[in-house]
Structure formats: C-alpha cells, structure tokens
Design a protein around this ligand. Sequence first.
Ligand SMILES: [Zn+2]
Length: 127
Amino acid sequence: MPGFLTKQEQLARAKTLQPNLRVAPYPLEPGEAYMNASQRQYFKNILLNWKHVIQNKLYLDAEPDLANNYNQLVMRINKILLNILTREYGFCANCECGIDLHRLEAWPIADLCLTCQKQQERKQKHN
Ligand SMILES: [Zn+2]
C-alpha cells in the first residue's frame, strides 16, 4: 500500500488518524468503468467515516497542536466530497487521468496521480 503514496503523503498520513483501517479494498469487477456510481459511493463512505472520526477527535480530545491539522483535514475532506458530487473525484488535477484506486484507498484525499505528485514534490524541493 505505501508504494502508492509519495514520502510526503506517507508523512502526512502518519500525522492524521488513518482514513480507512477497517475498510475492505474496493471489489473491482473486470471491465468496470472508472469512478462509476458504486466506486463513488465507496469513496464517499470512506471519506464520511473518516471525517466523522476526525471531528469527534477534534471536538472531544484533540491536543491543541493537532486541532489545527484536524480542522484543515476536515475542510479538505469537505472539498473532496463536493468533487464526488460533481464527478471530478478520482481524476488527477494536473493530467486528468484516473488516479489508481489503490492509491485512493491508501489516501482518499489525493488529488494528483502518483506521477504528477512526484513531479510536484521534486519541484518543491528545488524551490
Ligand atoms: Zn497526473
């Protein structure tokens, strides 16, 4: 699973509550269309559950230094949930290809494919 994430994303993930610890991988059927209704539903459930867990943490017992992280994460998840409604979810914000489902399972708020994410991180290193 970690192979589907860049180092930065693995780090970010380690700092948050895990999105999908108890969720089974998506049962992909051969020839299934990318981001069809059942895939959108699957990721919507993951995101809603994750948001719920974070919000509970945030309002009940977050350490002050984590509260800001959690709050930002909740806002990001809300934005991504809107992308599911507008059917933009799962498509790379840079090259528009469909992002690998295993990558989304590991990090459901990824908005770039692995190739574009790595490129961006390389650029950031040089700046
Ligand atoms: Zn891309």
